[in-house]
Design a protein around this ligand. Structure first.
Ligand SMILES: CNc1ncnc2c1ncn2[C@@H]1O[C@H](COP(=O)(O)O)[C@@H](O)[C@H]1O
Ligand SMILES: [Zn+2]
Length: 368
């Protein structure tokens, strides 16, 4: 486990609000309970439950949504999530979140994203790079990670601060209308100078219809935003087909695939974000030994290990690496290569990719 923790890692599938710390969720829920906004005893069991069906997971997300949707809390959670990932040696994080509107508190999708950016700026315990680099800033982006301290560095001076790149994806929720989805895409375009690199489609897979989001997703692609889709979380052969035909840059999960889908996936080489604990806990995969990671990995299909919602599923990225190591008999070297290969799947600009490549090269010897 220790080496899974110290290994440099790349996280490409993490939902902001699903990554809320347990302690923060409990604190916020209790405080809302005390203020009479919610009845704590009625929701306690949703928070405390360990294995949740897909339906129950989305009940938890609905609760989290009530508890977290104000500007100050969004800012706080963003800061904590970045600190948590950086502390376990994640050097590149693509964080996704659904911009929310709440008229009652004057929240617009835009002010929601501003609150996220405020969170990014408010991190003080680690160095965060989230503003994309212009061509002229060559020097900075060439050395940002190369100056990262060795793991275990105890010195308290600046040299020992962890460093992390963060880029953002804005999520379209499957409950949204075409217009709301389009608003999110337009917001993502506006927020590009602040590190928004793409669009995600997520939310309860039991709801919504592909054709509702398609116009917004097409527009996003025309405008040069990257796209990743939650695909195949439940059996829905037609939608899986439509999603693969759309050829997103990545997909998440790829669980309920039939032979025809595997064929298209493999020939189109669309990378898959794999979330082991999430799939087991939501019982969408029966057990780890039948998880499709094994088959994709052995077929040399591009895959990346991710957490999905480390708060909701009580995991960490290091833990996901550890689970993969044990379940699929992968050693340090294989997992390092898996992490290094994920660099090729990121949505950030060329300079970030180059810095990450150099950084992984510079530490590769340790993991051989
Ligand atoms: C279990 N697998 C999953 N499948 C689909 N959507 C998921 C998800 N896990 C999380 N989300 C989506 O992300 C939201 C929380 O983060 P944000 O409020 O956006 O930051 C959830 O409400 C859901 O819409
Ligand atoms: Zn997800």
């Amino acid at each position: 486990m220790e080496w899974c923790f110290s290994m440099p890692k790349v996280e490409l599938h993490a939902h902001l609000n699903g990554s809320i710390r347990d302690s923060t969720l409990l604190e916020l829920t209790k405080s809302l309970g005390e203020r009479g906004v919610i009845n704590f005893s009625q929701v306690e069991h949703i928070i405390m439950k360990y294995n949740r069906s897909v339906k129950e997971v989305f009940q938890l997300f609905d609760l989290i949504r009530i508890v977290t949707t104000d500007h100050a809390t969004v800012t706080r959670i963003t800061r904590e999530v970045i600190e948590d990932f950086a502390s376990e040696n994640v050097v590149y994080l693509e964080l996704r979140t659904t911009p929310k509107r709440n008229d009652a508190i004057g929240m617009t999708k835009s002010s929601y994203v501003e609150a996220v950016l405020k969170g990014l700026r408010s991190v003080t315990s680690v160095d965060v790079d989230f503003i994309p680099h212009g061509e002229e800033e060559e020097e900075h982006s060439r050395t940002f990670l190369l100056n990262t301290p060795p793991t275990g560095c105890e010195d308290t001076n600046n040299y020992c601060r962890k460093r992390i790149y963060v880029r953002l994806l804005l999520s379209i929720d499957r409950r949204e209308t075409t217009e709301a989805a389009m608003e999110t895409v337009k917001l993502a375009l506006q927020m590009r100078p602040f590190g928004v690199v793409g669009i995600d489609l997520s939310g309860n897979p039991l709801l919504g219809d592909w054709n509702t989001y398609l116009p917004a997703l097409k527009f996003a692609r025309e405008q040069g935003l990257y796209i990743t889709l939650h695909c195949g979380e439940i059996p829905n052969a037609k939608e899986i087909h439509q999603m693969l035909d759309f050829k997103p840059q990545r997909i998440g999960h790829a669980i309920c695939f039939e032979d025809q889908h595997w064929e298209i996936l493999k020939s189109s080489k669309i990378p898959v974000e794999i979330c082991l604990t999430s799939n087991i806990r939501t019982m969408t995969v029966r057990s780890i030994d039948v998880h499709h990671f094994d088959h994709l990995y052995k077929a040399k299909h591009p895959v990346v290990l991710c957490t999905d919602d480390f708060g909701a599923f009580s995991t960490t990225l290091s833990n996901e690496y550890n689970i993969a190591a044990n379940a699929f008999e992968l050693g340090k070297k294989e997992l390092f290569e898996l992490s290094r290969n994920a660099v090729e799947l990121i949505f950030a600009e060329r300079r970030v990719k180059e810095d990450l490549r150099k950084y992984f090269n510079s530490v590769a010897k340790i993991w051989e």
